[in-house]
Design a protein around this ligand. Sequence first.
Ligand code: AMP
Ligand code: ZN
Ligand code: FE
Ligand code: FE
Length: 282
Amino acid sequence: MLPAIDLHTHSDRSDGTESPAQVMAAARAAGLDVVALTDHDTWDGWPEAAAAVERTGVALVRGAEISTSAGGISVHLLSYLHDPDARGLGAAVRRVRESRLGRARRMVDRIALDFDLTWEEVEARLEPGGTVGRPHIADALVARGYVTDRSTAFAEILSSRSPYYVPYDAPDVVEAVELVRRAGGVPVMAHPRAASRGRVVEDAVIEELAAAGLVGLEVDHRDHDEGARAQLRDLARSLGLFVTGSSDYHGAGKPNRLGEHLTDPAVLEQIESEGYLPVVRP
Ligand code: AMP
Ligand code: ZN
Ligand code: FE
Ligand code: FE
C-alpha cells in the first residue's frame, strides 16, 4: 500500500486546537505515515512535533504556511523543510506575526463596541511564540455564547466583509517565494482557488510565481471543487509544477479531517530532495 502523506496541518502554535504532539498522535490514529506541520507564520511547534515522531511512528515534514499578499489578495504559501534560522524568512514571518497581533487587537476594539468582549479573553488563547488569527477571536466569541462555532463566527462577525474586519500587512508573494527558496525551503501555493475565503489570484500570478521559484500547487483540498482541481492540474502541468493534496487540519477548529486528501510519495521525494532539512523519520 502507498504511504499516506498529508502535507498541511495546524497546531495551537497558530489556529489549530491541538498541541504539536497531539497533532502527531492524531496523525497516527488517522493512519498517516507522514504529516507536515504547517502553522501560520511560525515554526515554533517543530521541536515538539519532532519529539513525537519516535513515539507515534509518523514521519514529520517541518513546514509553515506563510501569509502573503498579491496586490491586496491574500495568498497562503506553504514552505517545506526550510532552514529555521534563515534570516530573511525569519524576519518576514516575525513582521507578519506583529502585524497580525495589532490587527487582532484592532478587530477586538471594533467588536467590543457591539459585544462584550475583551482583548484579554482572546490573548488567553494564544501560545507564546505563536501566531494569532481570527479563529482565536472566534473561539472567544463562542465562549461568550455569541456564536455556536468558528464557522458561524466567520460567516457573520469575522467575515472580511464585516465592519469589524481589519487587514494585516503581509509580504508580497513573489518576494516570499524568493525568501523561502533562499532559506532552502520548497514553496508550494496553498489552496490557490479557495474562492470561499475571498478573491483568488489570476493564472498570470501563478505563472510569475513559477518563474520566481514556486515548485508546486496544492490541488486536492476541500475548498476546491472538481472544476477548480482540473483547471489547476492543467496549469501545473503547463508550468512544470507538481501537485499536492492535503487536509489543512485544524483539530476541532474546522471540519477538515486528517488524511482526507493525500500527496503522492514521488512528490514528497522531490520535496525532500530540494529541501534544506530532512524529513524526520521514526
Ligand atoms: P486570518 O488568518 O486571521 O485572516 O484568519 C483566517 C484563518 O481562519 C484561516 O487560516 C482559516 O484556516 C481559518 N478559517 C477561515 N474560515 C474559517 C471558517 N469558516 N471556520 C473556521 N476557520 C476558518
Ligand atoms: Zn488556519
Ligand atoms: Fe491557508
Ligand atoms: Fe492552513
